[in-house]
Design a protein around this ligand. Structure first.
Ligand SMILES: Cc1cc2nc3c(=O)[nH]c(=O)nc-3n(C[C@H](O)[C@H](O)[C@H](O)COP(=O)(O)OP(=O)(O)OC[C@H]3O[C@@H](n4cnc5c(N)ncnc54)[C@H](O)[C@@H]3O)c2cc1C
Length: 324
């Protein structure tokens, strides 16, 4: 039986691992403490924040069919409510979503947790860049140099810069994966020991370092006795402030949050800031997954097309089918 190593336990890695494990031996390596990647959730009991992916839409029948069993059992549900347009000095106005916006329930990481059930997943395990093959097999090491095993195939689902580091000289110079660029994002998380008292569930913010605000506690399956807010910075703002002291960044975003919403964020019972260095694709274009059947290497992720969960799913599914 062929042995597969999948690097990364976000949606891409878990979709591929699930498909391949029906017929082969698959091990998933994840450097973080849990699964989910950018679909993860910050736990700060009683506050929970989906600080990466906010929601997803489903345009294709294939993706709708994939979601259906989860929707039927309630672990994926539609997030409904009023959405605002906010801008300092301008009158707020309400807009509405034109299509269903789905979230995993009770937290965004639950979809990946369900996919991970029964799989061989090694967390806290950062894979080191690949050396050459030994007797036709890839010998994987972790970053401390400890042996992780021998594999026929290695598939990376890490962001492009990390995949290039992992595969390095094994990826040909002209491959478009080398042109994929990601942008950062800051996620400010605010928790309050009281229910949310406004009518809206999310806001698009214009002309501000903050781009988006969501009332996480308004999503289905969340505890509405507390208020959990997530504010995402604009990507270009995050890039310009990427190496800034996190305390300074937090203060700047807090000030903007209060000015935009007029909500007393200074009284928050919980405040945290997360920096996503590789949040979303900058120069979205259709590249498609990477596969080298001779070397038995593969890679996929949002860089293949765009930072939408549905497209990530499409490309991961296609890559797994190609390999099978
Ligand atoms: C702030 C933010 C907001 C977003 N909002 C939305 C949204 O509302 N809707 C939407 O559709 N999409 C959204 N996205 C995009 C979406 O989250 C991603 O496109 C998608 O989650 C990518 O999944 P993935 O599995 O390809 O990559 P990831 O989720 O990044 O998974 C890659 C995994 O690889 C691991 N890893 C990296 N290097 C190594 C290594 N050397 N060894 C082992 N493990 C490693 C990482 O820890 C990570 O878990 C958002 C993303 C961010 C960051």
């Amino acid at each position: 039986m062929k042995r597969f190593a999948v690097i990364g336990a976000g949606l891409s890695g878990l979709i591929i691992a699930k498909k391949l494990s029906q017929r082969t031996k698959v091990v998933v390596f994840e450097k973080a403490r849990g699964v989910g990647g950018r679909m993860s959730t910050r736990y700060a009991d009683p506050f929970y924040f989906d600080h990466g992916t906010q929601y997803f839409t489903a345009h294709t029948l294939e993706f709708q069919n994939f979601l259906k069993p989860y929707v039927d059992k309630g672990s994926i549900a539609e997030w409904k409510g009023e959405v605002m347009n906010l801008e300092i000095g301008k009158k707020e106005n309400i807009s509405s979503w034109l299509e269903p916006h789905f979230v995993a329930s009770p937290n965004m990481n639950n979809l990946c947790k369900s996919l991970a059930e029964g799989m061989d997943i090694r967390t806290f395990c950062e894979v080191a860049p690949l050396e050459g093959k030994i007797e036709k097999m890839w010998h994987l090491l972790d970053k401390e140099g400890a042996m992780l095993g021998e594999f026929d195939w290695v598939i990376s689902t890490t962001p492009p810069a990390q995949t290039l580091r992992l595969f390095n000289r094994h990826i040909i110079q002209s491959h478009p994966l080398r042109t994929a660029r990601m942008q950062g994002c800051y996620a400010l998380m605010l928790g309050f020991n009281k229910p949310w008292d406004r009518h809206w569930i999310a806001a698009k913010v214009n002309n501000n370092p903050i781009d988006w605000i969501s009332v996480n506690s308004s999503k289905p399956g969340r505890d509405s006795k507390v208020t959990c807010l997530v504010a995402h910075s604009r990507n270009d703002w995050a890039e310009a402030h990427m190496d800034q002291d996190m305390n300074v960044t937090e203060k700047l975003l807090m000030e903007q949050f209060v000015r935009v919403t007029d909500y007393p964020a200074d009284n928050a019972d919980y405040v945290a800031l997360h920096r996503w260095r590789y949040a979303t694709v900058d120069n979205a274009k259709k590249i498609g997954s990477y596969i080298d059947k001779q070397l038995r290497l593969g890679a996929t992720g949002d860089w293949c097309e765009s930072s939408r969960i549905e497209e990530v799913w499409v490309h991961a599914t296609k890559l797994a089918d190609q390999i099978v």
